[in-house]
Design a protein around this ligand. Structure first.
Ligand code: FMN
Length: 177
């Protein structure tokens, strides 16, 4: 059983959370790269794309390879999953079942905006009839010790799914833009 954590992180918090999760559940991490949002102009482009609903070009290196299950994570931007993760999920030709989602955000709010994202992920998930396990890490919880507890509970929720094989291995590859 090979589980991969697919994460986008612009400022490093979601990646730090992915590392804690990886240490806890043993899944490998694959990072989504989005050069459009790097550098000093990146933040402006993020907001521009939010307003125009544009999804940026992304890549995942190294490729995810054969994976049985996927955990996805990203920051919340304007109430939704950050655009690079949404792009990755749309762009992937085939996806292993998604078993859980984690997000980092500054504060609670705009939750209803993230619901359609989660509904879509649940439909493509390992247990389409159950709500997608979601771990929300607010800014104070980004502190390693506080986050650890939330991640422990999240891993316990995912454990039954991670332990049994729910699908044959699939290769996740990304189309060239
Ligand atoms: C463009 C933008 C929009 C954001 N929108 C929200 C939001 O709607 N709600 C929220 O709680 N935090 C919001 N944040 C804060 C980020 O979600 C938070 O800082 C996150 O932990 C950053 O993750 P990263 O370090 O992995 O990039 C926003 C940040 C940016 C840059």
């Amino acid at each position: 059983m090979r589980t991969v954590i697919l994460v986008y992180s612009r400022r490093g918090r979601s990646l730090a959370m992915a590392r804690l999760l990886s240490a806890k559940c043993g899944a490998e991490i694959r990072e989504i790269n989005c050069p459009r949002y790097d550098g000093p102009l990146g933040r402006l482009r993020v907001w521009g794309d939010i307003i125009t609903r544009r999804l940026p070009e992304i890549s995942v290196t190294p490729d995810i390879g054969p994976a049985d299950l996927l955990i996805v994570g990203a920051p919340v931007w304007a109430g939704q999953l950050a655009a690079p993760l949404r792009r990755a999920l749309q762009q992937a030709e085939r996806l292993p079942p998604i078993v859980g989602v984690f997000v980092t955000r500054r504060r609670m709010g705009f939750s209803t905006l993230i619901d359609p994202d989660l509904e879509a992920l649940t439909k493509a998930g390992a247990t389409p009839n159950k709500p997608m396990p979601l771990l929300t890490l607010l800014r104070p919880e980004h502190h390693v010790e506080r986050a650890r507890k939330g991640i422990e509970v999240f891993c316990k929720t995912l454990a039954p799914l991670l332990e049994r094989r729910v699908a044959p291995a699939l290769t996740l590859s990304f189309r060239a833009a």
